[in-house]
Design a protein around this ligand. Structure first.
Ligand code: COA
Length: 447
């Protein structure tokens, strides 16, 4: 029994019901080598929302599935936090819409649940889990559970370099004492700075400096590693069964993983072996200009990634966390939580016993902040993970032609009135079905 443990007791995933194949459909239309997406970014497809889907329907559908499966009723939920960077209202939080949807299908209501919406780019899902953990640990929950939902429609402007990394989906997570999936550790490391790498100043599509956003991601992760180290956490790569990162696209994680590994082996036997094998890491002070330093760092990193210990560590600890992302794209707030689901699902399929093993979770949000914490996998995790129906959902997506993709992108553009028929037939799910008298979006449950 882990009586003090607080963490994720169950999760459910809802993918947008449409698929854009990057190699077969997007690359030819862009006149681009498909390998840029499949090998360079590490992505095969994006999940996109059908016309009746949005952040509320996807979040409510994931939550509905989770609460039904866990047999949880509305009066057992003490808070509902929705994390999103795709909000369509500057005042009314998406969690009120989600609760309204759920109240259409459950007995009882969420009248006494504290509801909110969290914003800090892709890191706000992790911040919502933090809030839930603190609420329970502070003794304010009265035995009730927290429902945390990440939900995003990650559209970019047409022909923006980010277009290839789009995605749409939601993850609902139940946070409770004695959790069945993972328990959160108390140590945290943060790296945070005022940056303008990616933002949406009152606009639907992001303004992005893609190259800068990758540099900022790595800088904040490095700071968070140092902060977590200072907090006394064990960061040795061999101390963790999985290391999850925010995954805007798998190629980004390939770059971040090296930082995590390099930091973790510093001052250890593995670190000394590394110096013997490939020499010490270049230091900026040893170079006259920054370009020469960056070139030397790239060469060093390339050599490190080819060492047998790194390759074995990457295959065991990082690669399993990327499987789902490759087929759905960037789910913004959900991306690091999808990495958790992916890593645990792959571990279960490989017959690994992860009970009581530790994982490191590195979250990141542009603007910019990174946070890293440890989690301990709980006995019973594999039973929970076996209930995810994500593979079936991915297989059932409607595969868009490029012309259909263009029409869907237009249909979701807030500045256009582009009526379009859905590509899929809703069944047993919430749908967006129109507008109310005060400009609110309205939702119905389709049996
Ligand atoms: N075969 C194999 N790899 C290829 C390739 C090919 N034919 N063509 C390109 N690549 C590789 C590139 O070398 C590069 O890899 P590297 O970074 O390891 O060198 C990768 O594919 C991407 O190519 P690039 O030309 O840099 O892509 P881009 O300029 O179109 O945009 C992003 C890439 C990430 C900047 C863009 O997708 C973006 O803006 N995304 C949104 C912001 C984001 O996700 N930021 C991440 C931090 S949150």
């Amino acid at each position: 029994m882990h009586t003090d443990a607080v963490g994720i007791d169950g999760m459910a995933i809802w993918t947008g019901k449409l698929k854009l194949d990057l190699a077969d459909t997007y690359a030819p239309a862009q006149d681009t080598d498909p390998a840029k997406y499949t090998k360079g970014l590490g992505l095969y497809a994006s999940s996109l929302p059908d016309v009746h889907e949005d952040i509320v329907t996807m979040g409510a559908n994931a939550a509905h599935r989770l609460l039904r499966r866990k047999g949880v009723s509305p009066d057992e939920i003490g808070r509902i936090d929705v994390a999103t960077e795709s909000a369509f209202d500057r005042s009314k939080p998406a969690s009120t819409y989600v609760a309204g949807c759920l109240e259409q299908v459950f007995e009882g209501d969420f009248r006494h649940a504290n509801k909110g919406e969290r914003k800090f780019a892709c890191i706000s899902g992790t911040q919502s889990l933090d809030d839930a953990f603190n609420w329970i640990r502070a003794g304010r929950s009265r035995g009730r559970k927290a429902l945390v939902i990440t939900t995003d429609t990650a559209f970019y402007e047409r022909n923006d370099p980010g277009e290839a990394t789009q995605g749409a989906g939601a993850i609902a997570m139940l946070v409770d004492r004695n959790p069945d999936v993972v328990a959160f550790g108390t140590h945290q490391g943060h790296g945070s700075a005022d940056e303008t790498d990616f933002l949406k100043p009152n606009q639907q599509y992001p303004s992005v400096d893609g190259t800068r956003s990758m540099q900022v991601y790595l800088a904040r992760i490095q700071e968070a590693l140092e902060d977590l180290d200072a907090a006394g956490a064990d960061l040795h790569p061999d101390a963790h069964a999985l290391f999850l990162f925010h995954t805007p696209f798998p190629g980004m994680v390939g770059k971040a993983a090296v930082l995590g590994y390099n930091h973790g082996v510093r001052g250890t036997e593995v670190g000394s072996g590394l110096v013997d094998r490939i020499g010490p890491q270049p230091r900026p002070t040893a170079f006259d200009d920054e370009d020469a330093y960056l070139d030397a760092l790239k060469t060093y990193t390339g050599k490190l990634m080819e060492t047998p210990h790194y390759e074995e560590w990457y295959e065991r600890t990082i690669a399993p966390t990327l499987g789902l992302s490759r087929h759905v794209g960037n789910w913004y707030t959900g991306s690091v939580h999808l990495a958790r689901a992916s890593g645990l699902q792959a571990a279960a399929e490989a017959g690994r016993n992860l009970a009581d093993e530790r994982m490191l979770v590195a979250s990141y949000g542009s603007g910019a902040q990174a946070e890293i914490h440890a989690e301990t996998v709980q006995p019973g995790w594999d039973e929970e993970i076996s209930q995810l129906t994500i593979d079936e959902q991915l297989a059932a997506r409607y595969d868009l032609s490029f012309e259909e993709y263009e029409a869907i992108h237009d249909a979701h553009n807030h500045n256009r009135e582009t009526p379009l028929s859905p590509q899929t037939t809703p069944e047993g799910e919430f749908v967006f079905d129109g507008w109310g008298g005060m400009g609110e979006r309205t939702y119905a449950y389709v049996e």
